[in-house]
Ligand binder design. Sequence first.
Ligand code: SF4
Ligand code: SF4
Length: 294
Amino acid sequence: MSEKFDLPFESNLIPKMLELGSLLKFRCHTGISCFNACCKKADITLTPYDIIRLKDRLGKSATEFLKDHTVPFRMDKEGLPGVKLKTDDQGACRFLCEAGCSVYTDRPTACRYYPLGHMSMLASGSKTDETHYFLVKEEHCKGHEEAQEQSVAEYLTDQQTAPYDEMNREWLQLMLKRRSMGPTVGRPPEATLQMFFMCSYDMDRFRRFVLSDSFKKTYELEESAYEVFEKEDLSLMQFGVRFMRQVFFGERTIQEKEGAWQERVSRRQDVWDARRQAEIARQQQEEDEKYKDL
Ligand code: SF4
Ligand code: SF4
C-alpha cells in the first residue's frame, strides 16, 4: 500500500485529478482475493491526529507510541520531520492480523483514503487551498476489478474520513504554506525542526513545554487555556499548529509578554557565555597537553 497518503509536498506523481463528484470503480471487502495484500507493503505517513487516535486506542502516551510504532523520516528537502508507521522486516504493517486491521476504527488517514490520494493546492494569488483527489492503481489491488461504482464523496463518507479531514486541515495548511513560500525560506535551524516534531507528534513533551514556567513567563495566555491544554490533546494539537505558524511565519497570534524576548536573550547570553568559557578552557587544556612533556 505505497504512497497512500500523499502529503502535498512530496508527491512525484502526475496524477489524473478527480473531484468529489468523480466516479470511482472500486470495492474492497474481506472476501476479495487480495485481502490484506496492501497492508503487507505498508508505507503510511501519520498525521498528528492519526497519532492521537492510535495512541489512545493502544492506551499509550504519545512518546511511547512514537518509540514503539513509528519511524522518523524527512518530509522535504528542508528536512521537515515526519513519522511513518513501523513495519516488520518484510514491510508489513505491524497492526495487521489474520482478520485484517487490528486498529480498524482508528486506522490512519492514509489507510482510509486508499486507493485515493489527495493533495491540497494553493493557486497563485489565492489565500484558500483547494483539495484534489487522484487514484492510485497498484497491480496487487484487485478492488479496481469489482463492479461497484460510487462517487469520490460517497467513498470517503463510507471510509469516515470527515473527522480526520477536519483535524488534519490546519496542519496540512501549515505545510502547504511553507511549501508555497519555496526555497526562499531555506532550511530551518535544527532547533526549529525539533520544535516542529514536538508540536506535531509528541503531545506529552509539547504539553510539558507549554505548561513550563519559562513558557508561561514568555507568553500571554489565560490560565483557563493552560487548564484545557493540560487535559485535552486535540486542543493542544491545534495550539501546536498555531505555535508553529508563529515560529515559521512570524504570525503573532500568541501574544508575548512585554520584555520576555529581552529576558530570554539575556538568559541565553549567560548560557552562550558559559559555553564560550568552557570551549576556551578546553582549548587551553589541549594546548597544555601538547607541551607538558617538552
Ligand atoms: S493501520 Fe490497518 S489498514 Fe493501515 S496499513 Fe496497518 S493494518 Fe493496514
Ligand atoms: S482490494 Fe486493494 S485495498 Fe482492498 S484488500 Fe485488496 S489490495 Fe487492499
